[in-house]
Design a protein around this ligand. Sequence first.
Ligand SMILES: [Cu+2]
Length: 317
Amino acid sequence: MLFKPSFAASTALAVIGASLLGSGAQAHVTFEKSEATAGAAQKMTLRVPHGCAGQPTNAVRVTIPEGVIDIKPMPKAGWRLTAATGPYARPQHLFGKPVAEGVKEILWSGGDLADAFYDEFVFQARFSPELAGRTVAIPVVQECATAKEQWTEIAAPGANAHDLKSPAPTVKITASQAGQAVFRAGPLIVENVWARATPTGAKIGGGYLTVKNNGKEPDRLVGFSSPLADHGELHEMAMTDGVMKMREVRGIDIAPGETISLKPGGLHLMFVDIKRALTSGETIKGRLVFEKAGPVDVEFSVAPIGASRAPGEHSHH
Ligand SMILES: [Cu+2]
């Protein structure tokens, strides 16, 4: 007489499981949302759809990668929560202040999540603006009595994560405002980084941005390079023989509290001897070098040929 009800119960569970997990036959550990915004606090919900080879899950261990800061895991009834901290490979910034260390691992342990059940593990995270445009993998390990499920495989750049057997859950980081990422070097904030598309056969291209100096000391932009150009130069526009022409300058000073704008018709970056045309819609890498703040890697959003402002930037009234 007990057989029938228990059979019915397990069938009902299977149906619940199927509706929660969709059609994936071998569901992976994933985040509920596949995208996150750079720079802002994000709620990250990790979905655990099954145990390890039939065993219940007793612990969930999450490794926090570089550039992911301001971590606050959510406590969970029936689980012990610990967060291990450590130094960052390079300093991050939070609310304009440098942060040298933070949570590197979250561990929910001492729980008992049956293989047939589903649960969610939640934490707050903030993704560095430098991660904008990238897909970040966050490795997770499920620990059971005598087995583990290691969701730690990370696709090589450009490779397809779908080919992995146990992929780390990923989240694609989108830029914070108007499609533009924010880059930081010490007290300097570099924004609105863009370039103009170039006609076929062109040897040079223009790059533009704004730099704000939030520090107390003056700094100076002294160098620019890009893998797409033989070399980079800093240029200004100046009157030569009654004609406005561009010419190279040694450096561009940024006083404390000042914001300088590099824009068409004024100060600008020059991609010199480009290896191919810059194409509207693409993102290209570059590096700025400041006298005090040092090098900072940036990404240029490429606007159409002859554009006067960055992609997504609105005109000011
Ligand atoms: Cu120029």
